[in-house]
Ligand binder design. Structure first.
Ligand code: SF4
Length: 140
């Protein structure tokens, strides 16, 4: 049976980023070619629109560039992704680097200035807390 992995939808060409764009990443394509892939976009699953304002994490809250607190939608999306992971016995997730949902180890610092700080996105953090390995596409 093929290994099941969660993958950020935007890393597989789904245009679900805040600016309605997507990524194409050869390393991710290579990694998933012999796996059963479950695509997830926690922000869309949490009810946010495409396109939407970019958001960053600041002092434990997720704030949009216009100053709106969108923490609830991010939390809801993360919980839905975790439920999908549980239902599919997922052990590993390949998630987009630096995103306030999907980022792992490094995220933007909340000032919308491109600066990075140590930390995980809301979804990555929840998955890691439950023992799921989160790998960014940059670390493949
Ligand atoms: S929430 Fe994750 S999957 Fe969705 S656009 Fe952002 S980085 Fe990609």
């Amino acid at each position: 049976m093929k290994e099941k992995v969660l993958v950020s939808s935007c890393l597989q060409g789904i245009e679900c980023r805040y600016n309605a764009s997507a990524y194409h990443n050869d390393k991710v394509d290579e990694y998933v070619k012999d796996k059963d892939v479950i695509l997830v976009c926690p922000e869309v699953l949490g009810g946010l629109q495409v396109p939407r304002n970019p958001c960053e994490i600041k002092v434990g809250k997720v704030i949009s560039v216009s100053g709106e607190d969108v923490s609830e939608a991010f939390q809801k999306g993360a919980e839905i992704v975790f439920k999908i992971a549980q239902e599919n016995n997922i052990k590993k997730a390949i998630l987009k680097s630096r995103s306030p949902s999907c980022g792992s180890n490094w995220i933007y610092d909340g000032t919308f200035s491109g600066k990075l700080v140590k930390g995980d996105g809301i979804c990555s953090s929840l998955l890691k807390k439950h023992g799921i390995e989160v790998i960014s596409e940059e670390d493949l």
